[in-house]
Design a protein around this ligand. Sequence first.
Ligand code: ATP
Ligand code: MG
Length: 587
Amino acid sequence: MRYSQMLLPTAKEVPAEAEVISHQLLLRAGCIRKLTSGLYTYLPLGLAVLKKVEAIVREEMNRFGAQELLMPMVQPADLWEESGRWLKYGPELLRFQDRHNRDYCLGPTHEEVITDIARREFHSYRQLPVNLYQIQTKFRDEIRPRFGLMRGREFVMKDAYSFDVSDEAANQSYQNMHNAYTHIFQRCGLEFRAVEADSGSIGGSFSHEFMVLADTGEDTLVICQECEYAANVEKAKVVLAAASEKIAPTDLHDDLHDCVKVETPGMKKVERVADFLKVSPQQIIKTMIYLADDEPVAVLVRGDREVQPVKLKNLLHVNEVELAEDDTVWKRTKLPVGYIGPVGIPIKLVADQEIMTMTNAVAGANEKGHHLTGVHPGRDFTPVAVGDLRQIAEQDRCPVCQGALELTEGIEVGHIFKLGTNYSEAMHAVYQDKEGKEQTMVMGCYGIGVSRVVAAAIEQNHDKNGIIFPLPLAPFQVIILNLGMKNKETCAAAEKLYQDLQAAGVEVLLDDRDERPGSKFKDADLIGIPYRVTVGKTWEKEGKVELRTRHDGATTLLAYEQASSTLAAMIRDELQALNSSNGQKEE
Ligand code: ATP
Ligand code: MG
């Protein structure tokens, strides 16, 4: 491709609308343009990257035995009614009617459609196992579309679905996809981890997320320093500390006190109450008000802990939980924010498991400017449900081996689920076994956020000058800068190198714009092409071109004649190394 002919509008300024680096750089490097909230156009450079990810995903899915198909994006409501998700899915599902007033939705995922295919096409155990996938645009009316391609409303997903005759066979299909994903992200040249994950609204028995490690990740992962355990904090199980460590020493005695109301004027925050009453935050019961499918619920965690919303959602069996704003709390419960507590509370009450091990605790009195001391769970209040509700912290121990934990940020680029028979039972996807008996198919589903991978790759690989594309995802492998635009011979040399590299199978962008060298260098850095070759003064003087690698800035001079073959070989070797490594970096 010739730069002069390409729609590649770069910009120096950081766009005000973009918070995260991948969004900023995708806009500045002319990869995407926003249409409206959560909807983006891929300009040619962005599309080239997207296609690279797609190609790797497609190759590995095929290699691991999956077959590609393509389902409609528009889905009829009756299928969703069969699975029970038409009402359950929540407002992310964009529902609409056609001219005959029939209900439809835009596919956020395709379990219903694929299960419908399976029940029509597969009847015998001989036809199974099957794994079907597609790469397609999904629509989710996200509550907070943000960060550009990271969380769009429209985005490109690879979704795959497996159908098996038994639970064990389904486990094998799951493992097969686990391996495929490992190869995919390895081949993309990304640093990633597979972690245990919450199964979410799709429902299922177990799942793993594939996380690209990046400081700006929306997800937090907990990784054991001593064993293989790695999990999303949404899922990571908190083990209660041994009884001896569970309560920090305080000036309160361990024998049960009476519950006493004390004045705490203006003391709304845990730390202030703790200072004022001379207790530690560990001695305080923190009461948070959440809206669970719009119903106010009081949630108790120890003063120094945080509620983990996904754990709360699972304990309550609801679709959505959201921390209530202060004015909502007052409107909906008439409880005084900052002084809310479990004793006598008139709304639904749930507690983290640790709360039930506390004695003589301090809690809000449900009266402005007052707290209670000597609060004793079980005696003074009884939650309707108790469970693991808090976010794991670095001080906690590994739930498997009690080893030390490390917390790190990640971006979820893939998610695999063992679904079991949730959908096949609801939608009657059955087959005949060897004995001719009807059995329910066992399912798995496997997603990759193809467009999110593009953003994640940039979050993980950039510097102050721009994007540093990993070679396998780069829109071009090489950029040639012609720095002698006024010199016919230099132009001819650049042109020939461009032709030679293409002939050698290398993807090349030739910067043949009539621009100053400075802006050519800047743009080459910004758009993140892994190899930059300059044809300019050194070629004119000594017949050499300068090769610079984007990721480390290392430069070497190559004899002009050998430049194309040397580069082609380097690129081939680098890609081969990624293709042949089998296994995740953690292994
Ligand atoms: P998240 O927790 O980020 O909302 P999810 O659990 O809803 O993700 P899945 O339903 O498992 O996601 O979808 C499969 C993959 O699609 C995810 O792993 C993610 O990479 C990608 N994905 C999901 N939602 C979006 C979105 N709004 N924009 C871009 N990619 C997305
Ligand atoms: Mg989601």
